[in-house]
Design a protein around this ligand. Structure first.
Ligand SMILES: Cc1ncc(C[n+]2csc(CCOP(=O)(O)OP(=O)(O)O)c2C)c(N)n1
Ligand code: SF4
Length: 287
């Protein structure tokens, strides 16, 4: 079957924005998974939040829902409940996920639905011109924080581990090969996989950029004790310390689909949904 992930939508990200590289890596990953004959294009669905990152919805030809700010994750879980066979990817920013959507973030680890959360962390609310987000470093001066941000940032990796995450990984938006390897491992994990992408924003909070020299690659880790140590190495607050990238933690637990007999039953059914031509096809423009 021909793979057609491109769309005709004009890209409105700033030239050089790392979101372009994230998009390319996501497309490469999905193309490779389809070419491996394990998946079809229609096996994937996406949800996106609101923010610069969320424009990915228009640039990748996959079914999905462009959600309210902070709600991309519960909507993705809703898609999984409707059709547990789908491979669902949810794209969120640090602002929307850790502010408006924080409760969903924590509970998602508990439910352990078999899906992937891709978090673009540029340590700023960028679409709305650079207000401090929950992972912004202390002292950041913006129009919304003229005296400098006083609060210490959250450490989302620590939060994820404390909430019983079964897959936590970190990658860099500047390393397309690494991103693609991590996305593949995340998508193939049986359970909820959380991938944090360290991403520069070229326009807002530029002082948080260029942390590359702190990053180092780790081997896939399955020890919780080691994961907790790795999580403490980067505090999102300073440019000292080290930033481990790779699979920080992975464990085997029952997924939401394994826990709920209704979903398990649906998983075993061969999909019998065939698309019938509808009058709506003419009314709703394709991407
Ligand atoms: C409930 C709600 N709160 C706030 C907003 C305004 N808003 C839209 S996008 C955005 C910033 C998004 O920042 P982030 O999630 O970090 O994504 P980025 O733009 O950095 O990719 C904000 C505050 C909104 N649309 N809805
Ligand atoms: S404002 Fe920042 S995150 Fe948004 S498109 Fe421009 S560089 Fe990318």
């Amino acid at each position: 079957m021909k793979i057609q992930l491109d769309t005709t939508s004009e890209k409105t990200w700033c030239p050089g924005c790392p979101n372009h590289m994230i998009l390319a890596s996501v497309k490469q990953t999905i193309t490779e998974l389809i070419e491996s004959k394990t998946y079809k294009q229609t096996d994937f669905a996406i949800t996106t939040d609101i923010g610069c990152h969320a424009k990915i919805f228009d640039y990748i030809n996959l079914s999905g829902i462009y959600c309210l700010h902070g709600r991309a994750l519960p909507t993705a879980i809703g898609i999984k409940l409707g059709n547990p066979s789908l491979k669902v990817l949810s794209f969120v920013g640090d602002g929307g996920m850790y502010s408006e959507g924080m409760a969903h973030f924590i509970h998602a680890f508990k439910h352990n639905a078999n899906m992937t959360l891709i978090l673009h962390d540029n340590q700023s609310f960028s679409l709305t011109t650079g207000q401090p987000s929950p992972t912004t470093q202390q002292g950041y001066i913006s129009k919304a924080s003229p005296l400098g941000t006083a609060d210490r940032p959250f450490n989302p990796i620590k939060l994820a581990l404390a909430a019983n995450a079964t897959f936590v990984a970190r990658t860099s938006a500047k390393d397309m090969k690494h991103m693609s390897e991590i996305f593949t491992k995340a998508i193939e994990h049986n359970g909820f996989s959380f991938v944090e992408i360290i991403q520069d924003c070229l326009i807002f909070n530029a002082e948080a950029n260029n942390k590359d020299s702190l990053m180092y690659k780790i081997k896939d880790n399955k020890s919780l004790e080691q994961a907790e140590k790795l999580a403490r190495e980067f505090d999102y607050n300073s440019k000292s310390g080290k930033i481990p990238i790779g699979v920080i933690y992975q464990s085997a637990e029952r997924s939401l689909e394994d826990k709920w007999p209704q979903l398990k039953k649906q998983l075993n059914l061969k999909s019998n949904i065939t698309k019938k031509p509808s009058i709506l096809d003419k009314l709703i423009p394709t991407k």
